[in-house]
Design a protein around this ligand. Structure first.
Ligand code: SIN
Length: 296
């Protein structure tokens, strides 16, 4: 059975920084740091440890502009590639996750996923900054895939050894996909493309390059098939059942001026609704991984 990972610091250090557990089985909340300024090496290192061990880190009460968001993101690595969402004007690496109060298009990103897992090098981390946050609903849910893997029976884990997952963006971003030609009335600037038909292979289970902990990487949706195993469709259905039980889910509640960063190698995430009649706007960056599945 997975055990909630401990965060070593819950009291301020000399600089005033506190890193406390989030209200869930994983995740952390950081206070006592001003993200309008560059992070010193010590502080950035401690935040990174919290991020790769706890999976999700929230920074409440940070009044940031897009320069601050970009500088914070670059503390953790270079920007990632972000296909299919046009960046906001004047910024090459910031996407607007937007929904208008009266929007009727299906919710964006409501299915569990790991960001852009269909890329050869998918983002290690994603940052999301809350600008217009509805008074109700709009939580982001996270599911810890290290905990999910640890909870699997040994026999199932053994069957996953060497299994290769085939990823594709086709279900979402191809012209015939969910956000393709038929997707009308959406305020987000999504650009569908035939490029989304391409495929990319990754091991289904990967070791985290910084902690060594093994996790299921991505899920059904971006994963369209399993290879190097018997009866891949049935095996994928079996794996999916273990990926998001409530014991491994943290439901993140947003506040305006809150920044959240998560590790896509540790968690799946999904958007939730429940805020009809209210605008919701967040700015998003991704941070590249350094590897091409070197750690297995
Ligand atoms: C996303 O998956 O990037 C968006 C999550 C959210 O809107 O809560």
């Amino acid at each position: 059975m997975a055990v909630a990972q401990k965060v070593d610091v819950s009291h301020p250090d000399a600089s005033g920084l506190t890193i406390a557990p989030a209200d869930g089985p994983f995740g952390a909340v950081v206070r006592g740091v001003d993200l309008r300024r560059p992070l010193d090496t010590e502080t950035a290192g401690r935040i990174r440890v919290a991020l790769v061990t706890r999976g999700v880190v929230a920074f409440p009460d940070q009044k940031l502009d897009d320069d601050d968001l970009e500088r914070f993101s670059l503390t953790f690595g270079p920007f990632g590639d972000d296909p299919y969402i046009r960046p906001i004007p004047g910024r090459a690496h910031i996407a607007a996750i937007r929904r208008r109060a009266n929007e009727t298009a299906p919710l964006f990103a409501e299915n569990w996923h790991s960001d852009w897992s269909f890329l050869e090098i998918s983002p290690a981390f994603t940052c999301l900054y809350g600008i217009d946050i509805p008074p109700v609903g709009g939580d982001t849910w996270f599911a810890n895939q290290q905990m999910a893997y640890d909870r699997m029976p040994d026999a199932l884990r053994a069957r996953l050894e060497g299994v290769v997952a085939v990823h594709s963006a086709r279900g979402g971003y191809a012209p015939k996909g969910q956000y393709g030609e038929k997707d009308v009335g959406r305020s987000m600037d999504i650009v569908s493309s035939e490029d989304a038909m391409s495929t990319q292979r990754h091991p289904l289970v990967r070791a985290h390059p910084e902690t060594g902990r093994r996790a299921i990487f991505s899920t059904h949706g971006y994963i369209i098939a399993l290879e190097n195993c018997e009866n891949g469709d049935a095996l994928l259905r079996e794996v999916v059942k273990w990926q998001t039980p409530e014991e491994v889910v943290y439901r993140h509640k947003w506040r305006p001026n809150m920044l959240v960063i998560w590790d896509n190698r540790v968690v799946l995430h999904r958007a939730t609704g429940g805020y009809d009649g209210h605008d919701r706007l967040l700015h998003r960056t991704t941070i590249a991984d350094r590897r091409t599945d070197a750690a297995r």
